[in-house]
Design a protein around this ligand. Structure first.
Ligand code: CA
Length: 342
């Protein structure tokens, strides 16, 4: 056994008899492996599979995908023609009054149930295919995006065309609402006139959703047209709400096993494998599911998931270096990604 337990592991493991009994009940197969490691350093693959068959393992690794905006609604849109700009919208349009912004008149309207310029796949090339919004006391644009499924949202990009017009690229902040939670984000502009909103380090980025709401747009241009902004296309990048594992540190030496998005107050099994690959559970409650490791698959230890995120340190011996760990959650049987030991 080259992947040793740290004192921290050992203390946690010995802390409660009930805890150990629970682990033995939840993870009988892995505990068998665990106990055998002290007696024999090399597990035979077949006995590993037999042992795994008795335990409650499963597999559920969320992969990042990019959401598709299937339709969108806009409250307080300015009808096409405002300022001489043009956009399309294929849904229901209800006019709600006539106003002006920076001296340009517009018809305010609520759009619902359709698609158009903001999701037609083109960033736009001019004022002729880009939506101009009025944004003042008479119009508070609110855009609701409907997605083709449930996603975590890693980022949002508000694209506009790149010509010399001064209106594209003047949105410096806006509010994003996901799952009933609202947060204001400052934008960055990594590509010309395209406003990038990074949700990856925000709590909003961990909420699966099929709806994203944008409003409270803040103007930050230098053209004096502080009551308008434009968007030619909206792009979303999907993130992951999945149960994730990150292994850092030095090997041989101390490695840190960190997890995110586990179910709180569950037991997590740290499973070792020589290689990435598939180890199929042949029988038991999770029969047919796969671990992402293979070769000398064994239980390293069990730990509490805490609030759902956390980390522990462990000692890694030379022969563990470059091999792999995966976490398995009790109850849900969810598995994390497979992480390489440094
Ligand atoms: Ca477009």
């Amino acid at each position: 056994m080259e992947l040793r337990h740290s004192d921290q592991f050992a203390v946690a493991f010995r802390s409660k008899i009930g805890y150990i009994l629970d682990i033995a009940r939840v993870w009988p197969g892995l505990i068998d492996i665990h106990n055998q490691i002290g007696k024999e350093r090399i597990m035979k693959q077949v006995s590993v599979l037999v042992a795994l068959a008795a335990c409650t393992l499963g597999s559920s690794v969320a992969l990042a995908q990019n959401p598709v905006i299937t339709s969108y609604d806009i409250a307080d849109a300015a009808r096409s023609g405002f300022g001489g700009w043009a956009h399309t919208y294929g849904g229901t349009i209800v006019d709600t009054g006539s106003f002006s912004a920076n001296g340009f008149s517009f018809t305010r309207a609520d759009y619902s149930g359709g698609s158009g310029t903001l999701n037609d796949g083109s960033e736009g090339t001019s004022a002729g295919d880009t939506q101009l919004f009025a944004n003042n006391a008479n119009a508070h644009p609110k855009i609701t995006l409907h997605l083709d499924g449930s996603y975590a949202i890693a980022s949002i990009t508000l694209y506009s065309f790149d010509s010399g017009n001064s209106i594209p690229g003047t949105i410096v902040a806006c509010d994003v609402t996901i799952g009933g939670q609202t947060q204001s984000f400052n934008t960055t502009e990594p590509t010309l006139h395209d406003e990038f909103i990074d949700l990856s380090n925000s709590p909003l980025g961990n909420i699966p959703t099929n709806t994203v709401i944008l409003d409270n747009f803040v103007w930050g241009g230098n053209n004096g047209l502080n009551e308008m902004f434009c968007i030619g296309e909206i792009g979303l990048v999907g993130g992951s709400t999945g149960f994730s594992l990150n292994v850092t540190g030095t090997c041989p030496g101390t490695v840190t096993v960190a997890w995110r998005n586990a179910t709180p107050s569950r037991q997590l099994a740290i499973v070792f494998g020589n290689n990435q690959g598939n180890t199929t559970i042949p029988t038991g409650p999770c029969a047919g599911t796969q671990l992402g490791v293979q070769g000398s698959v064994r239980l390293v230890n069990t730990i509490g998931s805490g609030s759902g995120s956390g980390s522990v340190n462990g000692g890694a011996g030379t022969s563990a270096c470059g091999h792999f760990l995966q976490l398995v959650e009790s109850g849900s049987c969810d598995t994390s990604n497979v992480a390489r030991i440094p």
